[in-house]
Design a protein around this ligand. Structure first.
Ligand code: ATP
Length: 331
């Protein structure tokens, strides 16, 4: 996002009309430059009303991400995190992995208004227009090796479910291994990436995307049913307060995970499990599938599937899960 577009966005964020002339004057640029900045913002997914004689306006006010505001909401927890907010990055996970390699401490947070290459698992894309979502990554350092960190994505899911319920979201559910759903539709994605030696220590970068208020254009791009907090909570929450709340819950869950692994969080995960006792199909990287009945997760976060050949356990890795029935228990 160019500096002018960023600055125009800050003015439009109040939801009022701003004339092209006033914006041009305020930034000491031409009206054509303002028009280009508005086009740039539209290309990032922002809906902007243009009314002849009145100017430009957002459909509703937008609270932009602001480090000081997040720290205020964190209160006494603020000292646990080092927060960086950027207008635009390729992928918060990719940048934070670089910072981790350069020695950034655990608790480092990178949040972005706009990701040009937001990532999901298996090279999939994460879509969100400016202001539509909360996208950020958190670096956490573990003394143990990656092998001891299975179940980490599930622990993150529990933290997210707690935070979203505290924000007022009803009927939040978890889909193995790492999605947060609302009424069967994806509300948040989690991408956990690890760096370090097999025996430890390990740097974990936990990337999170939470849909706050999705536009129709973004929904069309997503390719699967998506939900947002505006629907789940009845109103779109303040993203700075939301980030603070999620960070506090992540801190609690990751501290517990570092000490005792996934087991203490397992029962809670299972309470949120949207496919509990439902028929599901797992798809493996080679395209083969296995259907059965979902029987929860193990102490290390593996998935338990009851098949004709008995109970089998699957590690998350590169497996995708789909409901075998047309609806699931959240519908
Ligand atoms: P799946 O959710 O398909 O089982 P996954 O958990 O591996 O697989 P992720 O890697 O977490 O998926 O996320 C990438 C997928 O999420 C994309 O392929 C797309 O279908 C979906 N997606 C992308 N952006 C959004 C969004 N803003 N909200 C909901 N879903 C999204």
């Amino acid at each position: 996002m160019k500096a002018l577009a960023s600055s125009v966005l800050k003015r439009l964020a109040d939801g009022s009309f701003h004339s092209g002339e006033a914006l041009a004057r305020a930034h000491e640029v031409s009206r054509a430059s303002v028009w280009h900045a508005v086009r740039e913002l539209e290309a990032m997914g922002l809906g902007i009303y243009k009314v002849r004689g009145r100017g430009y306006r957002l459909p509703q006010p937008l609270t932009l991400l602001d480090r000081a505001a997040v720290e205020r909401h964190l209160g006494t927890n603020a000292g646990r995190f080092a927060i960086d907010v950027r207008n635009e990055v390729a992928s918060t996970n990719a940048v934070l992995l670089e910072h981790a390699a350069a020695g950034a401490p655990g608790g480092t947070v990178l949040a972005a208004e706009w990701q040009t290459g937001g990532r999901g698992r298996l090279g999939r894309a994460w879509h969100a227009g400016v202001g539509e979502a909360l996208t950020f990554s958190l670096l956490w350092r573990f003394a143990r090796g990656a092998g001891a960190l299975s179940g980490l994505s599930l622990a993150v899911g529990v933290a997210l479910a707690r935070a979203l319920e505290a924000e007022g979201a009803q009927a939040v559910g978890l889909k193995w291994p790492n999605d947060v759903l609302w009424r069967g539709r994806k509300l948040c994605g989690i991408l956990t990436e690890l760096a370090g030696d097999a025996l430890g220590p390990t740097a974990a970068v936990v990337g999170i995307g939470i849909n706050v208020r999705l536009s129709d254009a973004t929904r069309d791009r997503i390719g699967q049913p998506a939900a947002d907090l505006e629907s789940a909570c009845g109103a779109a929450p303040d993203r700075n307060r939301l980030l603070a709340r999620v960070l506090i819950e992540l801190h609690r869950a990751l501290d517990s995970f570092a000490q005792s692994g996934f087991e203490p969080l397992r029962a809670e995960w299972q309470r949120y499990h949207v496919h509990r006792d439902c028929r599901v199909t797992l798809t493996f990287p080679d395209g083969t599938r296995q259907s059965g009945r979902a029987r929860g997760v193990t102490e290390d976060g593996s998935f338990l599937l009851e098949t004709r050949a008995g109970l089998k356990r699957y590690h998350s890795g590169e497996i995708s899960l789909r409901s075998a029935a047309t609806t699931n228990r959240q519908d």
